[in-house]
Design a protein around this ligand. Sequence first.
Ligand code: NAD
Length: 504
Amino acid sequence: MHVQNVQYKSSRSVGLARKHLQELRRRDFVDGSALIDGSWIATELKDPVLDPATGEEIAEVARCSSANMDMAITAAERAFPAWRDLLPLERGAILRTWARLMRDHSAELAVLVTSEQGKPLDEARFEIAYGAGFLDWFAAEGERAYGETLPSHKPGSLLQVRMQPIGIAAAITPWNFPVAMITRKAGAALAAGCPVIVKPAPETPLSALAVARLAEEAGIPRGVLQVLVGDPVALSEPLLRDPRVRTLSFTGSTQVGRLLLERSAETVKKVSLELGGHAPLIVFDDVDLHKAVAGAMAAKFATSGQDCLAANRIYVQKGIYGAFVEAFAAAIAQLKVGHGLEPTTNIGPMTKLSVANKCRAQIEDALTKGARLISSKEGPGLGQNFVAPALLCDVTDDMLIAREETFGPVAAVLPFDSEEEVLARANASEMGLAAYVYTDNLRRAIRLSEKIEYGMVGINTASFTGPPIPFGGWKQSGLGREGSRHGIQEYMELKYVCFGDLAA
Ligand code: NAD
């Protein structure tokens, strides 16, 4: 059993997710069958889907086997030529229809996301819109996948570079954005002309299967998009060993990413990885305090902290430190913790108990090493996947929270003196996904944006993601980029063609 069997202490919202799921008009969204070669497969063995807020079983899904995955790879191989040979405009039209269907079903998809992932319903609705946006974006990118004509270095010859689909793509996706991480990968693969096999996280299979139903309704042909749920190792093994799978895109932990990269070497797959973050957010004492606090709130507490872009180290210059901590603590105290389906909730449960436990361990470690904890109340009757939003201040670089990603609603504030010092501390990490800088000094903003060793940098903003941006990290935060005009390249091969002997 790969889904954690959690013992929940207590439960304020027992039955809430079940009730919402029972009210869905689309009963097929909770059917739990996997999509293989155009058929919805219900396996004999099933896995439970749990509401992370209460630990209740809310649905059952198929447990696909390695043999099912082998069948899916063969189906994708069969489906590839016809999909590749469609005009980009035709593929784009299907992707745009899929995006429209997602928007039409936004309310129901959001209920699925919140029920199994835990995030507040508003954030789930935002995720559906964000996810649909990648389909529209890549529909257009497919139409613009231009090659090049090269100025020739040989007499009587014409040199071309073409962009062609790489072949079967595998997408292994996480539980924190169970819809958008699928469309960001599948949208790019499908627009490029590749069939794609998705293996979603076992914690969030319902969202993945529901968007696959909409893809099928949009007209994606049999075998072109397949979604298999079940044990991660059993399902990824065939994908890794099979040379017909030409590219692998993964979002998740650095530890698993490293393993997949190593295994992909056997068949020399193209690999794109979006791994952990450990974002620094630097606040200089020249800023508007309220804007900086609002930025820190957004960068820390979105997705209840379970976000690879989350600000993990909030460095505040000493001149503004006391005032910042006070205002930040006051803002955190306003956050409401609860079931994501309760309309007042800002912070839901952690999707996995291991994430909640990691938060608790980081708090404990910081307290033994001298940090101060300012924490809001958890509220009555919440289970052990809940972590109260917490503020740790006077954090030092030797504490666990300053060295590794938290992935939960625990904010760490660290004082600093100078620009030079904070830049060195921010860069002293093997992670390099996102960084944030708050300053009103233009020269300083430009200097830092140049010298900070991160793939994505927000200057005076905590909100920068979306389809047009090249999402990805430096160092051990990953390889390759998703979204933007670069994202489709992960699913394409360059072909150089030389026409010779052209002289009349
Ligand atoms: P994980 O890396 O174990 O899970 C991510 C995906 O990988 C899931 O689909 C999972 O089923 C799959 N997976 C896990 N083990 C696998 C294996 N051996 N072979 C093939 N696939 C495998 O992540 P996690 O344990 O659920 O979360 C741990 C930490 O990872 C988090 O605390 C966070 O730091 C990081 N994380 C990052 C992101 C992100 O957006 N970059 C997303 C999820 C988790």
